[in-house]
Design a protein around this ligand. Structure first.
Ligand SMILES: *Cc1c(COP(=O)(O)O)cnc(C)c1O
Length: 219
């Protein structure tokens, strides 16, 4: 069931901070998601392509779908015709494939660059010290069917709020650096996707424009 108290609280905070709420659908049932849709929520995020396709089929078609988890190149074509935003771009190779499939669909796909700033080891996410190297390649490629709209990241799964806040600050600073260096004249580059159930309030304080919240929305 949807936890309406939490849902309303998070929505209020989003409005105050001019941030968007992406409702994360991972592990939730179709009935739970229908309930959320009936409460008027239209932006959903899923981390796996197969799960996303299954849920999309069974839910109303006015939902805007975001992919938030790691994407494999061979899966891009399955979502290219409809996906609203891909938050998890973490390699040049995946960006190239997204561009190719978007081109076939005659559309532009909004993407966020995922950066790894957490303490935990992770295979996913670009390394902050490789920004320039990565961006030089992207600029040279001049992808016509991709719109890079900002960045995404996750903080460490720790209790220490100072640590979490430090990592969100790092993401914000990566965003600022990219904006100043490569996107100064590009108004589409404006999103910082950070903050989940456990740390969304800190994320909003540190400048998040998109929360990805799952478990807290349900009971
Ligand atoms: C699961 C997940 C979330 C949401 O996590 P909750 O703690 O349930 O809010 C956000 N982002 C990503 C990438 C996820 O995989």
């Amino acid at each position: 069931m949807v936890n309406q108290t939490e849902f309303n609280k998070i929505k209020d905070k989003c409005i105050k901070n001019e941030a968007k709420l992406i409702a994360v659908t991972k592990t939730r049932t179709i009935d739970e998601l229908k309930e959320l849709h009936q409460l008027g929520h239209l932006i959903f995020g899923e981390n796996r392509v197969q799960e996303l396709l299954g849920k999309k089929d069974e839910l109303p078609q006015d939902i805007e779908w975001h992919l938030i988890g790691h994407l494999q190149t061979n899966k891009v074509k399955q979502i290219a015709s409809f996906i609203s935003m891909i938050h998890s771009v973490d390699s040049f190779k995946i960006l190239k494939e997204i561009n190719k499939q978007a081109n076939k669909e005659n559309r532009t796909i909004k993407c966020l660059l995922q950066f790894h700033v957490a303490q935990e080891e992770s295979k996913y996410g670009l390394s902050p010290n490789k920004i320039n190297e990565f961006m030089e390649k992207v600029i040279a490629a001049n992808f016509e069917n991709i719109e890079i709209c900002g960045i995404m990241g996750m903080a460490s799964f720790v209790e220490d709020e100072k640590q979490i806040s430090k990592e969100f600050k790092e993401l914000k600073s990566i965003f600022n650096k990219l904006k100043a260096t490569y996107f100064i004249d590009n108004d589409n580059f404006k999103q910082i996707s950070m903050g989940m159930s456990g740390d969304y309030e800190i994320a909003l304080q540190e400048g998040s424009t998109m929360l990805r919240v799952g478990s807290l929305l349900f009971e």
